[in-house]
Structure formats: structure tokens, C-alpha cells
Ligand binder design. Structure first.
Ligand SMILES: Nc1ncnc2c1ncn2[C@@H]1O[C@H](COP(=O)(O)OP(=O)(O)O)[C@@H](O)[C@H]1O
Ligand SMILES: [Mg+2]
Length: 352
């Protein structure tokens, strides 16, 4: 009965014994992993795909601890030399005594979700360009103080008001540049670690956006009230979420053809979720979904880079800052977009 069920399942599953020998593999897994069952039964899982050393270590610890885990964006090298990008979940199946006798692996081929997380190559490039920008920002900032101070001194020695206006321009422009550079440098302090209610953060952001949008956008809430408080810095989290919401608002407001402008905020918890290489028992997911025109295709790959903007008056810093903040909270932001539906997910670990 069970094998009939699993044979018809469209999700690829593999069952291993405690030595990682393949005991069962359903047709969906045969398709996905490009192997035939007859050939692989009795062989080690390592014979049908290879990821890296840590994946075998993770299987060991799943057997030892009895805890399930999910690995995101794994790149598997298959026997036909092709690579396969999947998420997979490993669940230890308990035997008669209280230790795990088998492992069940479920594979999910990667969808469209663009994930920005510690393990991404993208983030490495991002990190390099960020270092560069930080360096540059500091180089700009250092002389600015001097320029401003000098302008103030000069202005004192002027009697002529008109000349003072000029020095005022220097001072104001230096201040503007300093603020811009500060934004480029991102949040300076490490996040405060206090228990924060994610809905209080969301409500504050909604309030701000509501005022800015002057009632032109409907904000719908779909909250899971049972989400425990998270550890974090509420001011910074407000900033991160506001940057994402404000983009949604701006995209909606510029679209004159849409008379039903909506942003939906959905909060949920996820169990057994891996962010970067860190496994969390409980994660809070905040989704911000707008029905605007969508993110221009040429932006989507570099969206989180500083100074990438699709708006003439944009700085392109909003998402870069949001990402720095969420990363500092050990979380991640993911994004997917098509016309009428752009979704950003903020994932934050909940300490249990
Ligand atoms: N919800 C959204 N809908 C459409 N486009 C978006 C959305 N969110 C972000 N974008 C695009 O991403 C760009 C970068 O956003 P951001 O980093 O906040 O910088 P800025 O808002 O200053 O341009 C925006 O200019 C916009 O083109
Ligand atoms: Mg923005």
C-alpha cells in the first residue's frame, strides 16, 4: 500500500538505511536523479549523486541526533555528470529503539525564487563590491569634515551676506554628501538584541507607508498571531521592512492603469529551516506581496547591490541596506517577481 502511494508521488523521495545504503527510490526520484532503481538498490547514496563532504556529515548528524533538516540550493553532481539544483529535506525515521534506523530524503527542484543568502556566489560578489564601496565611502567622508569646517571658518570672516550664502551652499552640500555616504556605509552598530514582536514592526511600517501613500494603496494583513517574539533590533527591522514596503508602494503609485493597488503582508512560521549553513528549528517568514508592475527583468539579478535602481530619483540603496540588516540578524531576504505579483520574503530565525 505504502509503496503504491510513494510510487505515484510526484515528489522525488529516497529512503536510506543508517549506513546510507539506498533501500528505496520512487519513480519521481529516478527521473530527477537520472538513475534506475534496479541499478542503485543496495548501493550507497554517494553513488547516485555527490554534493560535498559536509552533506555526508549532515546525514551522519541526522542519524545521530534524530533531527530533520532542510538544505537549500544544493548543487548535486549526478552520475550523468549533469548538475542539479535542489532543496532537500532529510527526515530520520525512528526504529524500534529510540534511534533512527532510516533516512528519508525528499527533493524539491529549485523554483524561481531568487534567494539571497550567505552561501550564494552572488553574495560573495556582493561582499566584494561592498568592501570597495565602504572603502570609497570612507575616502569621501574623511575630507568632508575638513571642507565643511573650512567653509564655516571662511563664512565667519565674511561681512557680505551674499558671500555667506555661498559658504552655506558648501556646508549644506557637504552635509548632503555625508548623509549619502552614511547610507552607503550601512548600519553602523551591531543590532541590539531584544525580544521584538514582528507584528509591532509590521504595524509601524504599515502606518508609515499608509501616510505616505495617502490612502491610495490598500494594505491587507494576514498575520499568524502565534509567532513568538524574535531576537532583534526593532528600529533596524523597521528600516529593513520599510525599504521593501516603500519600493512596493512606489511601484504601485507609478502604475496609473492599476485602480486596485494592494500590498499584502503575510506572516508565518517555518519549521526546520536552513539559512546559510545554519539550521533553525523555527523561522519567522514575513512576505510582502504587491500587485504592481513587477521588477524590471534586467534588475532582478543585481537587485540587492548598492546603487542599482530602476527609478530616476532612486539611490539604489534601499534593498542593499535591508539586506545588510537582515543578514546581521542571521536572516535572509528572497524575492520573486512577475507582473501583478512581486513578493519579498524576510526570513528571520526565532531562538527556541
Ligand atoms: N516591489 C517592487 N516592484 C517593482 N520594482 C521594484 C520593487 N522593489 C524594488 N524594485 C526595483 O528595485 C529597484 C531598487 O530598489 P532599492 O534598492 O530600494 O533602490 P531605490 O528604491 O532607491 O531605487 C527599484 O528602483 C525598483 O526598480
Ligand atoms: Mg527603495
Amino acid at each position: 500500500m505504502h509503496t503504491t502511494l510513494t510510487d505515484h508521488l510526484s515528489t522525488a523521495i529516497v529512503k536510506l538505511d543508517r549506513h546510507f545504503i539506498i533501500e528505496y527510490l520512487n519513480p519521481a526520484a529516478e527521473m530527477l536523479l537520472a538513475v534506475s532503481r534496479r541499478r542503485v538498490y543496495g548501493h550507497s547514496i554517494e553513488n547516485i549523486f555527490f554534493e560535498d563532504e559536509t552533506s555526508i556529515a549532515a546525514l551522519h548528524s541526522a542519524i545521530e541526533s534524530g533531527h530533520a533538516f532542510t538544505k537549500r540550493e544544493a548543487r548535486l553532481l549526478l552520475t550523468n555528470d549533469k548538475t542539479l539544483q535542489v532543496d532537500y529535506t532529510v527526515t530520520p525515521l525512528m526504529g524500534t529503539e529510540s534511534n533512527a534506523e532510516h533516512l528519508l530524503i525528499e527533493f524539491y527542484p529549485r523554483g524561481r525564487m531568487q534567494r539571497i543568502s550567505q552561501e550564494d556566489e552572488l553574495l560573495v560578489t556582493h561582499k566584494n563590491s561592498k568592501e570597495l564601496i565602504r572603502g570609497l565611502a570612507h575616502e569621501i567622508k574623511n575630507p568632508l569634515g575638513g571642507i565643511r569646517g573650512a567653509a564655516q571658518l571662511i563664512s565667519r570672516s565674511f561681512q557680505d551676506e551674499e558671500l555667506k550664502d555661498y559658504t552655506q551652499v558648501i556646508i549644506e552640500e557637504s552635509d548632503r554628501l555625508r548623509d549619502l555616504v552614511d547610507q552607503l556605509l550601512g548600519p553602523r552598530q551591531l543590532p541590539k538584541n531584544e525580544l521584538t514582536n514582528i507584528h509591532r514592526v509590521a504595524e509601524r511600517v504599515n502606518q508609515l507607508v499608509d501616510v505616505e501613500a495617502q490612502g491610495k494603496i490598500r494594505i491587507e494583513r494576514d498575520y499568524d498571531p502565534s509567532i513568538p517574539e524574535i531576537n532583534g533590533d526593532s528600529d533596524q527591522l523597521i528600516q529593513a521592512m520599510l525599504n521593501i514596503m516603500r519600493n512596493a508602494m512606489q511601484a504601485l503609485l507609478q502604475d496609473e492603469t492599476n485602480n486596485d493597488k494592494r500590498i499584502r503582508i503575510v506572516t508565518r512560521t517555518l519549521r526546520q529551516f536552513t539559512i546559510g549553513s545554519c539550521h533553525h528549528r523555527l523561522v519567522c517568514k514575513v512576505s510582502i506581496i504587491d500587485n504592481g508592475p513587477g521588477i524590471p527583468a534586467h534588475l532582478i539579478k543585481t537587485l540587492f547591490y548598492p546603487m542599482v535602481s530602476g527609478r530616476p530619483e532612486g539611490t539604489g540603496l534601499g534593498l542593499s541596506i535591508a539586506q545588510s540588516i537582515i543578514n546581521q540578524h542571521n536572516g535572509l531576504i528572497e524575492c520573486s517577481s512577475k507582473p501583478n505579483q512581486t513578493q519579498f520574503n524576510i526570513l528571520l530565525p526565532i531562538a527556541t
